[in-house]
Design a protein around this ligand. Structure first.
Ligand SMILES: [Zn+2]
Length: 248
């Protein structure tokens, strides 16, 4: 059990948030295991805020090595860490922020053979990926396992986010029937900060049972105009993921 002990130190660390969801909510955070797929622009705010909130275990999956071009947005990684595997740099940063955090790292690609294994021990999956092939494999594995999947994606000054909850909401394949081709996109670091923070908020709400999940709707944020819009997600009757099987 990773339940938080009622030590003075623990109480002080979380005294500004425990009033929001009670010691029970804090203990649920301490007991939770969250898989974060991607330790980059979205993964940086997601992992940081979940570690600081007191999530007990983070499972971080990322195959990439840190490049200098990552540093405009990926604040888990220091300049001196260029050339290192992202998961190990992320682990060191997160451990310095929250020494009690349990961190499991997988420096491996997400493919058809690994997706099911990677999601299997998690309560929640956060999609902080930048390519749709891995995103869809992980999403389908999470859907089949009945595990909520918090999707986020960014480009330029804009981003989107929604929570896919098996049995309650349409799935990601209903929203995006044909994944776009993989290609690097320009992005401002603050855009990833906004969307990643919203994903962390969804995770905290889900774990603590607080508030209303943003499921069945896609939040679309336009940083240039300051607008936030919502798109209702409709289930496709021919969806290969959710029109049959568990959660349909
Ligand atoms: Zn679907």
């Amino acid at each position: 059990m990773r339940s938080l002990k009622s030590t003075g130190s623990t109480s002080r660390r979380y005294e500004r948030q425990i009033p929001l969801f009670g010691p029970e909510g804090q203990n649920r955070l301490g007991d939770a295991t969250v898989l974060i797929a991607g330790a980059g622009g979205l993964g940086s705010p997601v992992a940081t805020y979940l570690a600081l909130a007191g999530v007990g275990e983070l499972v971080i999956v990322d195959y990439d090595v840190i490049q200098e071009s990552n540093l405009n947005r990926q604040f888990l990684h220091a300049t001196a860490s260029v050339g290192l595997k992202k998961v190990y740099s992320a682990e060191a940063t997160l451990r310095s922020l929250q020494p009690d955090l349990s961190i499991v790292t997988y420096p491996e690609k997400i493919d058809a053979s690994s997706a099911g294994r990677l999601v299997s021990d998690s309560d929640l999956v956060v999609d902080a990926l930048d390519n749709y092939e891995a995103r869809f494999l992980l999403h389908e594995a999470a859907w089949n396992a009945g595990i909520p999947f918090i999707h986020g994606a960014v480009e330029g000054f804009c981003g989107q986010m929604t929570s896919i909850i098996p049995g309650e909401s349409p799935c990601l394949s209903c929203l995006i029937p044909t994944p776009p081709p993989a290609s690097p996109v320009p992005v401002v670091g603050a855009t990833a900060g906004v969307i990643g923070s919203l994903q962390a908020m969804e995770a905290i709400k889900f774990i603590t049972g607080t508030g209303k999940m943003l499921s069945g709707r896609l939040l679309i944020w336009d940083g240039l105009s300051g607008r936030t819009d919502y798109l209702k997600i409709r289930q496709r009757v021919d969806c290969p993921v959710c029109s049959h099987g568990r959660g349909s």
